[in-house]
Ligand binder design. Structure first.
Ligand SMILES: Cc1cc2nc3c(=O)[nH]c(=O)nc-3n(C[C@H](O)[C@H](O)[C@H](O)COP(=O)(O)O)c2cc1C
Length: 322
């Protein structure tokens, strides 16, 4: 059914202005009947940050900023949904146009900003400390500011523990950090005992291999296929620095089961996607899960945790991806 839906909707959505298409997709998902999700292969289950995930494939932040369709996305087979970025007060974000498709590169550039309905309208929060498209926020990753911010977040978590229960805190980073900056970030994350890291956000870089060079000049964060190698390298670099202190969520350019597997072998316990859904459609989620399950079957393994980080050392020894 999802495949048929993709076949009908993708050409229409790709013909529309990207932001109108996104809005239409959200509206469509709101109308999704309350079908029961297909039960996942138990081998795909992941336990991380004290939570149980039925499968490791998540929707990345930025698609469902205001938590309008998270239940629908879970029903469609995602193992988890990251909502947000949410701000305390509602915001309209940057002026349009602010979202661009690079069709031939299977990529996206966005400078949406913090458009969202605000904390009051959103039941559960996502805390994002990194948003590379918003000037000034990149500085939050600088050591002292980050340490201070994480201390406050952890403190706030303790204060609401009684009413809200245990809430894992994850730190999301830009893939454009230098390795020295990453040393500092992981060190702070470990000393503040955060629960995990998400690696990573969109990149400000513009690989020379991009085919749509003119459109690539638009300001904003680049995501999708051209981000895959850099973000996978950063997952591996973070994995070796974290030394098992916390699990990682790997995100950036995942567009197939093979790409998901590479991200997991680089060090990701969970993965997320966004841009590839625009080009491949929602059935990609089932395809990735099927590929991961058959890999486990073929290699005689019981769980994905057995291969998390298996290639991290090899990947970090390779030439830096350009
Ligand atoms: C249109 C758009 C909006 C996004 N908004 C956010 C956001 O609000 N907060 C955030 O942490 N990441 C945001 N992201 C980044 C994604 O969560 C993800 O890290 C990035 O797109 C790389 O994954 P992908 O290559 O699978 O798209 C956004 C990405 C896109 C394309």
């Amino acid at each position: 059914m999802i495949r048929a839906f993709d076949a009908l909707s993708l050409p229409l959505l790709r013909w529309l202005d990207p932001e109108d298409a996104h809005r239409l997709a959200i509206q469509g998902l709101r109308l999704l009947p309350p079908v029961r999700p297909r039960t996942d292969d138990p081998k795909l289950a992941v336990r991380a940050f004290g939570l149980n995930f039925p499968n490791p494939v998540g929707m990345a932040a930025g698609f469902d900023k205001s938590a309008e369709v998270s239940d629908a996305l879970l029903r469609l087979g995602f193992g988890f949904v990251e909502i947000g970025t949410v701000t305390p007060k509602p915001q309209v974000g940057n002026p349009r146009p602010r979202l661009f498709r690079l069709e031939r590169d299977e990529a996206v550039i966005n400078r949406m900003g913090f458009n969202n309905d605000g904390g009051d309208a959103v039941l559960r929060r996502t805390v994002n400390v990194s948003w590379p498209n918003t000037p000034g926020l990149r500085n939050l990753q600088q050591s002292a500011a980050l340490d201070d911010l994480l201390a406050k977040v952890i403190d706030a978590r303790e204060r609401v523990r009684q009413s809200a229960g245990d809430s894992p805190v994850l730190l999301k980073v830009a893939p454009d950090l230098s390795l020295t900056e990453l040393d500092d970030v992981v060190h702070i994350a470990r000393s503040r005992r955060i629960d995990g890291m998400i690696v990573g956000n969109t990149t400000l870089a513009r690989p020379s291999t991009l085919r749509q060079q003119t459109r690539a000049k638009e300001q904003g964060g680049l995501s999708g296929r051209p981000l895959f190698r850099l973000s996978t390298r950063m997952v591996a670099e973070t994995y070796v620095r974290a030394e098992g202190a916390f699990p990682l969520v790997g995100v950036g350019g995942i567009d197939s089961g093979g790409a998901a597997l590479t991200k997991i072998r680089a060090g990701a316990s969970l993965i997320q996607l966004y841009s590839s859904l625009i080009y491949r459609g929602l059935h990609l989620v089932e395809d990735i899960k099927n590929d991961l399950a058959s890999t486990l079957l073929r290699t005689g393994r019981d769980s994905l945790s057995e291969i998390v980080g298996a290639d991290a050392a090899t990947i970090t020894a390779e030439d830096w991806p350009v």
